[in-house]
Design a binder for this molecule. Structure first.
Ligand code: GLN
Length: 245
């Protein structure tokens, strides 16, 4: 089966090798006999609801976010429609922030958001940097965070997980990321998926469900020994160092 992926602003939002997440989707899909078809969606390109099964937005610095924010906000209608239609989405850090209602950057720049995730972000005057370990409904998730933004979830919003070590959304709520149906937003880079393959598989299964208009399939298990080792090392670092401002 062809899994159709829309990679939003690959030229602007690709900090800490976030593009590596696409490589993980591609390999894990092909190991199960599926093919990944990736379209780059840039400035001025239209989002056509139904045309893609999985949307991906990486992270970036305030400067890049400022450049893409108005264009992304203008795509809010079709993006919402695509997700209401059952498409899956992964957004990392800068992309995650811009899928909320808005982001006020470090120098006070107000950037419009898509308003998909029920949250808002304002940059603080210190950065939250370090290895992170989360406990989520999909299993433990490990990664690396580096952000000035403090993200506040609306009451009742569902986080991706609880912070075991590190800062998370705002360094105080104990929450990290946001989940909304088949969409996941998170601060975790590293990139996120090479050491958290269960998350990649969950998203691929949701994308396949969209593709087939059916239930998310059970994907054939892979050995994932290296991936588990990578997560173990990352989790240990998070425990040992936590996050530092
Ligand atoms: N510029 C944003 C912040 O500092 C996002 C950074 C990122 O994507 N790592 O909060």
């Amino acid at each position: 089966m062809k899994i159709r992926v829309a990679h939003l602003y690959p030229d602007y939002l690709n900090i800490y090798a976030d593009r590596g997440n696409i490589a993980v989707f591609d390999r894990r899909a092909s190991w199960r006999g599926h093919e990944l078809d990736v379209d780059a969606i840039g400035m001025g390109d239209a989002i056509v609801p139904g045309a893609h099964d999985l949307y991906y937005v990486g992270g970036g610095q305030d400067r890049e976010q400022l450049l893409v924010a108005p264009d992304l906000a203008a795509k809010a209608g079709p993006l919402r429609e695509a997700l209401d239609g059952g498409a899956a989405l992964l957004a990392v850090c800068g992309g995650y922030q811009l899928l909320g209602r808005g982001y006020r950057g470090f120098h006070g720049e107000d950037m419009p958001g898509v308003g998909l995730f029920p949250l808002e972000t304002v940059a603080g005057d210190t950065r939250m940097i370090g290895d992170v370990l989360l406990e989520t409904e999909l299993g433990p998730v490990a990664g690396f965070e580096n952000h000035a933004g403090r993200t506040k979830l609306d009451p009742g919003a569902t986080p991706l997980g609880r912070v075991v070590a590190g800062f998370g959304n705002d360094g105080e709520s104990g929450f990290e990321g946001c989940r909304l149906e088949r969409a996941i937003g998170t601060y975790l880079h590293g990139p996120l998926l090479p050491r958290n393959p269960h998350l990649a598989d969950w998203l691929l299964a949701q994308a396949l469900a969209h593709r087939t208009c059916g239930e998310p399939p059970e994907l054939a298990p892979l050995s994932d020994e290296l991936e588990a080792e990578a997560r173990r090392v990352s989790a240990e670092r998070a425990h040992a160092r936590g996050g530092r401002r």
